[in-house]
Every structure is written in C-alpha cells, then in structure tokens.
Ligand binder design. Structure first.
Ligand SMILES: [Zn+2]
Ligand SMILES: [Zn+2]
Ligand SMILES: [Zn+2]
Ligand SMILES: [Zn+2]
Length: 444
C-alpha cells in the first residue's frame, strides 16, 4: 500500500502496531518494514527521506507532540512510468493521464456519471490519487479520481454551474470527482501488499472497457463484429472512422474462417485505440520543502510559520524580496496580487502539479485568482452522508504543461482545480463509489 502522506504513515503505525504491517513506497518498488520503536523515538521522518538518496537536503522532521501547523503540505510531481505495468491497479498507483486504474474494476460509473453535463460526451481521465485513511476501516484502500471534459467551452459553462451546487443538489458539471474505497479484506486484492517481484497479478478481469477510450465500461457492442465494445455512441463513431471499419471486416472474416479465429479478437483486448488521451505519468509525492539551500538554518528554524503561511495562502513573506517586488508591482489589482502570491508559493517547487492537504491543520487552497473563490456556503455537503466536505487537494496548472495542452483550440485551461471531499470519507453504497466536489478557477 502506498502511503500518501506521513500523517497516514503514522496513523497506520498507531492503529496497526500489533499486526505484521509492511509499509512500502511505490517509488522504492519494494516493501520495507518500518521499525515502529525507532520511528516513535525519532518523531516522524517522512518516508520520502529514504528514497532521496540525500539529493535534496530538505528533510523535515515533525515532532509528534508539537503544533500541528508544522505539518508540511504534500506535493505531487509527475514522472514517466517506471515500466509498462507499474501503474496497474494492483499496485495502487497515483497517476495522471492515460486510463484510470480502477480500484473496483467491476463497479464503474454509469452513463450519467461518466458524461459531461453539457456536451454529454464521455469525460476524459485527468488523474487519480491513492489516499488511504488508515484509521477508517472502510478506507484502507481509497482512491480519488478526477475526470474532465476536454472542451474549454464546457469548462466555461461549468464555471457558472459550480456556484449552484449547494442549492441545486446536482448541477451539470464538466469536471467530476469520484471516490472509491475498500476495506483491507475485499474481493479484489490480497490483504498483503504487492511483492514487486514479478509475481503480482491482477485479481481476475475487470469489466470489459470501451476499446476507444479504455476508460469507461463498454456497455455497447459493435453490431457487426460483436467484439468491439464502447462506452458511448460517440466513441463507436470515432473508432469506426479511425480504422475499426477495416478491422471490423477482418474480425467478421476471421470468425468465419476457423484457421485462426481468435487472433484479431485477442489483438483488440487491452488496446486503447484513442490517441487523444492525455499522456500518462506516475504521480510521486514529497513533502513541501521550504528551505532554500542558501539560508537553510534560518528556514529550518522558521519552518512552522512558513509551512502554515503557505498552506493558508497568505504568505508571511515580508522578508522575501521577490515577494515584495511582486506585491508592489501589483498592489492595485487584487487578482494580480493573488496570482503573484500563488506564483511565489509555487515557485519554491515549480514542477509541482498537485498539493495534498487532508488533515493538515489550517490548510486552505492556494487561490491563484482572488475573485471566484467559493465561500464556505458554496461547498455542498456530502451527497451521500450529508457530512461537511473539506478541502483535500488541488491540481495546479503545471499539469497542463505536462499534458502539452497550451496551444490547442478549445483545449482546457485552468488556474486550479480544488477538490473537496467528505470529511467522514463515508462508505460508498453498492455502486462502489461516491461523488466528491471539485471547484475550478480558470486563468484570469
Ligand atoms: Zn463537454
Ligand atoms: Zn469510450
Ligand atoms: Zn466491429
Ligand atoms: Zn459522506
């Protein structure tokens, strides 16, 4: 199991100290056995410290009994997948682009959930993060999936609808977040973590997927070959035009000719035909490193205030010349000021694509634009259990850069996507998942 944050890491140890736990980190690709006593006597040392090989000397030790404001934000970065199988579902990956690794491979969202609320096309997979809550039995495995319609005109409509969610219940959206979670004992995965020795296998096949997008359940079958499956008419049409027309004939012929009947059928399996999915990356994580190499001592001493200032989006950065310069430059304009603040905070780790803050005390999103922030009242309650929803993570515009999206017509462009989730992380019903709440700010 991949522990998203050191917080989860510690609560894992606290709740499971009597069982034979194995905590492991995907970036190591091998299990490691933490020595509980050792960890307790030294405070929390983030697990990332172990795979840094000393390269970024930004280890941050958080004392268990000190002010919780000291907890750093966890940052997500993208990396090319280590190997073609490292992002499969039984490795519990956090990933961006490509196709989702469904935690529950059978109960996938139905037509209404998986379609854009405006153009009704199937949504495209943006990212998923593996974020278990070890003190919540039903969330031993927990994955948040973010999907988005790739059309900017839909996202502009979504801008208006997100304000109405509180009062309207379900407004149409072009950005959707699903939460899946499973207890440790479940029908899909072993109680024990993967071994990473080549013997790990998926637990049986999942639901047949659309052979165009590879993302959603393939409920519909091609009427001619009875082999190709689709999530929607739209994907059937684009697949037909982009080559299935020919392949379909071949499948029909080869099924009449017994000499090699399954060859073409096999070829269709697990191959995603669509070439417009966003490029696939693994998301790796690291606690926010607040020290600059030049003034390491001072920053170490000051970690607390800087950490809390960064998460509260009001940096206490009077000493920071860069910040002051930017602030003066944009003094008259709130949005520009907000943008400058945002840039300075992000600038400390310019490649971050995600900021994760569940259970980080006082954490609030960094808003790049001062207008268009939701108030507390604009955030709906959990649609499943009615508990309040809290900020859990935000996606940064840097991801657009890695997706190479900047120059295409009508391609999505956002300043940030903030995700609010059920504070109780309630157990989903029989559908296997529940909706969480995204808030999108677009570029000024
Ligand atoms: Zn749309
Ligand atoms: Zn599809
Ligand atoms: Zn066909
Ligand atoms: Zn809930």
């Amino acid at each position: 199991m991949f522990i998203w944050s050191s917080y989860d890491y510690m609560s894992q140890i606290a709740t499971e100290r009597y069982s034979s736990i194995r905590v492991y980190d995907l970036s190591l690709q091998k299990p490691m056995d933490p020595n509980v006593d050792d960890l307790n006597s030294h405070g929390i040392s983030p697990i990332e410290g172990d795979d840094n090989d000393g390269e970024g000397d930004c280890e941050m030790v958080v004392e268990e009994d000190e002010n919780e404001d000291r907890e750093p934000v966890t940052l997500g970065f993208v990396e090319k997948p280590k190997n073609p199988t490292s992002l499969l579902r039984h490795f519990f990956p956090s990933k961006a682009g490509g196709v989702p690794a469904w935690l529950d491979p059978l109960n996938l969202p139905g037509v209404k959930s998986r379609s854009c609320g405006f153009c009704e096309n199937p949504l495209q997979f943006l990212l998923q993060i593996y974020a278990p809550i070890s003190e919540n039995e039903s969330a031993f495995h927990r994955v948040l999936y973010v999907f988005m319609c790739p059309s900017m005109s839909c996202l502009l409509k979504d801008q208006h609808e997100q304000w109405k969610c509180r009062t309207d219940g379900f407004s149409p959206r072009s950005v959707k977040v699903f939460r899946y979670q499973l207890p440790r004992d479940n029908v899909f995965y072993s109680r024990d973590p993967p071994k990473y020795d080549g013997s790990d296998k998926p637990s049986g096949p999942g639901a047949p997927l659309c052979c165009w997008c590879g993302t959603w359940k393939g409920d519909k079958v091609c009427g001619s070959c009875k082999t190709a499956r689709y999530c929607s008419e739209n994907h059937q049409v684009v697949h037909w035009r982009s080559g299935h027309k020919t392949v379909c004939q071949r499948i029909i012929l080869s099924s009449k000719d017994d000499s090699n009947p399954t060859d073409t059928n096999l070829q269709m399996k697990n191959i995603v035909a669509c070439n417009t999915l966003w490029p696939e990356y693994e998301i790796v994580h690291e606690d926010e490193c607040l020290s600059d190499d030049n003034d390491g001592d001072e920053v170490l001493k000051d970690n607390g205030s800087i950490a809390s200032s960064i998460v509260s989006s009001k940096p206490n950065a009077e000493d920071d010349e860069e910040f002051n310069a930017l602030e003066n430059k944009f003094e008259a304009d709130d949005d520009n000021k907000s943008w400058a603040t945002f840039q300075v905070c992000i600038g400390k780790d310019p490649e971050q694509v995600l900021r994760y803050c569940r259970d980080v005390k006082g954490a609030a999103p960094l808003w790049p634009v001062s207008a268009g922030k939701p108030s507390k009242q604009d955030i709906p309650k959990c649609c499943h259990c009615s508990n309040p929803m809290f900020y859990e993570f935000q996606i940064l515009p840097q991801l657009l850069y890695y997706f190479d999206l900047k120059n295409e017509a009508d391609s999505v462009d956002w300043a940030t996507v903030v995700v609010y989730t059920c504070s109780a992380s309630c157990k989903p019903d029989r559908t296997g998942f529940t909706h969480e709440f995204p808030w999108v700010q677009i570029q000024p």
